[in-house]
Design a protein. Structure first.
Length: 450
């Protein structure tokens, strides 16, 4: 594959073939590549009207109908996206990052919009919030699910839900962790491969979320607030001795739970570098101890009131950043896992932030101007498909550069007598950025099927 316009167009057409087969109808098979091309192509605004003006003047109505009102189901394309993402980056060494991303929005009629914390702004603001799942291996993320979170102001107003076209099965209140677990079940059923689930404290503080991951036999490492309670790993359940009255009927822990930050107060901290960034090695101080989570059944313990009994054993990890900020995490990884490995897995979560930024800045995730549930999710689906295609191009380009590097090295070595035994393992070149050549090459309309 070379960098000419026709080559990029042909590659996009080939890559979209399994998606188009699932769409079925010929008109939809024509609109889908057009929409994806509009997202990838040039232009500051990636809403329907400007994309139609750039790529298909006069086809605005058809393009708008495709994304907002067309009679087709998103589920088959969502499943195909999972299949293609697994081919790109799936594997036992891949991670699945759970997070959410906010899209500031004015007014009150767009589905899910409400005053809530907007991560993009770092404050509470009027916005929509999407729960995201990103499959990643190394430095290559592929976002595979974006599902709108509905605040209580929406789920309590049936008329409002109906006006926005929210399907009946999504009109009940669901927490973000519940949404994430449902999407994980879809991924598991599709056969997507990953080794560990990562999430920030917004999800990690939820005991049902952590327990749900464990029940699915998944490895996980999640952020937690500093005050989350844990027990020392050696805690035991004993029969309390009653000073008076009837004998006690339930066990109690022989040690009280304590806040995560207190548990690590006397731990041994080490300086660890987990990867090299644009400004050098990224470093912080880490410490880890084995604990029992305080998320068992609640029970009254002496005069301490209602307490949660000890749960499963896990790693409690602390991070002291050079800025002075302190972070805490829980992970159900094996007891033999080293501190350096724990730090590397925890810090792999940053990759989803890069994906969110590129989905918005490069592909217009937050540019959709419709108000409906269906339109928003279809637009989000098209941006994920476009993003997966760019990562496909990125990996092909990296593979080609690696092959060329090996060929050049072999030629140089063959030109002189070897003075030492050569290793058979070549150093992999760094992955290139998202291919700007693709975006530049799509300045004219694709040769779409009739």
């Amino acid at each position: 594959m070379v960098g000419t316009t026709s080559d990029w167009e042909d590659e996009l057409g080939r890559w979209l073939e399994p998606f188009l087969e699932r769409l079925g109808h010929r008109s939809r098979q024509r609109m889908c590549p057009l929409y994806v091309a509009g997202l990838i192509g040039p232009g500051d605004r990636k809403s329907v009207q400007p994309m139609a003006e750039r790529l298909a003047p006069g086809a605005y109505d058809q393009l708008h109908h495709f994304v907002a009102a067309g009679v087709w189901k998103e589920a088959p394309l969502e499943t195909e996206l999972l299949i293609q993402a697994d081919k790109l980056v799936g594997g036992s060494d891949a991670v699945l990052v759970i997070d959410d991303t906010s899209m500031p929005k004015k007014g009150k009629h767009s589905v899910g919009v409400a005053a809530q914390y907007a991560s993009a702004l770092g404050k509470t603001a009027n916005c929509q919030t999407l729960v995201s799942l990103t499959l990643a291996r190394g430095e290559v993320p592929v976002t595979v699910a974006l599902r709108l979170f509905l605040p209580e102001s929406w789920t309590s107003d049936r008329a409002r839900l109906k006006r926005a076209g929210v399907p009946a099965e999504h009109r009940t209140a669901r927490t973000k962790p519940e949404i994430a677990l449902a999407e994980i079940d879809h991924m598991i059923a599709t056969g997507v491969r990953f080794g560990c689930v990562l999430a920030d404290a917004g999800y990690g503080l939820s005991a049902p979320f952590r327990q749900g991951l464990t029940a699915r036999s998944l490895a996980w490492a999640v952020g937690i607030p500093r005050h989350l309670k844990v027990y020392p790993v050696g805690v035991r359940l004993i029969w309390p001795i009653a000073g008076r009255g009837r004998p006690r009927q339930r066990h109690v822990p022989n040690i009280l739970s304590m806040a995560a930050e207190d548990m690590l107060a006397d731990a041994r901290w080490q300086n660890i570098s987990w990867r090299t960034g644009t400004k050098g090695k990224l470093k912080a101080r880490f410490a880890a101890v084995r604990v029992r989570t305080a998320d068992g059944p609640p029970q009254r313990i002496r005069d301490k009131g209602q307490q949660h009994l000890p749960g499963d054993e896990a790693w409690l990890i602390g991070e002291h950043r050079p800025s002075g900020e302190k972070k805490y995490y829980l992970a159900n990884l094996p007891a033999k896992t080293g501190l350096r490995m724990l730090a590397a897995i925890i810090k792999a979560r940053w990759i989803c932030e890069q994906a969110h930024q590129q989905l918005k800045e490069e592909l217009g995730l937050d540019h959709f101007e419709g108000r409906s549930w269906q339109g928003l999710h279809r637009h989000a689906l098209m941006t994920m498909i476009a993003y997966a295609f760019l990562q496909h191009c990125r990996l092909i380009r990296a593979k080609r550069e690696k092959k060329n590097q090996r060929t050049t090295t072999s030629a140089k070595l063959a030109s002189r007598a070897p003075r030492y035994r050569r290793s058979h393992h070549a150093t992999a070149s760094a992955l290139p950025e998202l291919p700007t050549m693709v975006r530049a090459g799509l300045r004219r309309k694709l040769n779409l099927p009739k």
